[in-house]
Write a protein that binds this ligand. Sequence first.
Ligand SMILES: CC(C)(COP(=O)(O)OP(=O)(O)OC[C@H]1O[C@@H](n2cnc3c(N)ncnc32)[C@H](O)[C@@H]1OP(=O)(O)O)[C@@H](O)C(=O)NCCC(=O)NCCSC(=O)C[C@H](O)C(=O)O
Ligand SMILES: [Mg+2]
Length: 290
Amino acid sequence: MSGETAYRPRRSVLYMPSSNERALEKAKALPVDGLILDLEDAVAPDHKEAARENACAAARSGEYGQREVTIRVNGAGTRWHDDDLAAACAAGPDGIVVPKVDSADEVLGLVAAMERHGAPERTRLWAMVETPRSVLAVSEIASASPRLAVLVIGTNDLVKELGARHVPGREPLVTALSLALLAARRAGVAILDGVYNDVRDLEGFEAECRQGRDLGFDGKTLIHPGQVEPCNAVFAPSTEEVAQARGIVAAWDAGAGTGVVTYEGRMVEHLHVEIARQVIATDEAIRARG
Ligand SMILES: CC(C)(COP(=O)(O)OP(=O)(O)OC[C@H]1O[C@@H](n2cnc3c(N)ncnc32)[C@H](O)[C@@H]1OP(=O)(O)O)[C@@H](O)C(=O)NCCC(=O)NCCSC(=O)C[C@H](O)C(=O)O
Ligand SMILES: [Mg+2]
């Protein structure tokens, strides 16, 4: 199995409790790039089985259009994990999200279990980085298997485990976020930022989206429909950035054969052209979604 090649927008990926049928229905019309149908923390123990059935039915339904549909199973060691994993593999979503993946060996065990349960090749593993152990092993986790496509940061669990606090600017988390980003880029996998808990505070939310984007995240995980559009806007290249990118590529092509040109007074080398082409490709992929 090879890693992903084509760019896939993952600006906004929305969690929803799979026990909430209204939310599952509502998601079919949200302009979100991806969904995490949750069986873990957002679902009370008494509702786990029903939530599993709902999530698998949703993943099978084909009613979510281009949105990437994933199922978050309960963690290894819980009494639901094995049944969740078997049912999710049979349903064949785009991804299976596993919480608290702490080592490369765990990744290999999960991949082996996915194969045993007959998960289709398109079903990728998304590993959550949300414990001190996972942060310290993140480089090995990210490159453990080509089936692993996405790292997802779990900032609520990380804050809990660190004994830290949720503060504007997230200073207590920046080291962990940066280590995970380095690991994801080295391994060539995507990486999603954690959630923002105050669904009424759009200003604070947008500031955190911008911080995640500037650090290098592909997108952010969300918990409420009201967070989707502002998040998409922050993680998409702006009109000005796309115009700049086109200008850089045109200046480079006009100076064909020279190793360095200038655009609007700034030096442009091959690496800047690669960045510009990536911006244009991202913009085109987002536009293709309509
Ligand atoms: C946070 C919420 C509990 C807020 O719920 P509520 O007060 O009911 O919101 P609203 O009344 O504003 O809802 C308006 C309508 O939107 C629908 N809705 C709400 N949330 C979602 C959603 N996530 N997806 C789809 N639709 C949603 C409501 O059903 C209303 O619809 P209608 O009745 O038709 O008007 C709630 O938003 C929520 O449950 N969010 C998700 C929580 C969740 O999944 N948490 C788990 C992951 S977070 C995490 O911990 C990550 C990681 O593990 C870590 O450690 O950090
Ligand atoms: Mg968590």
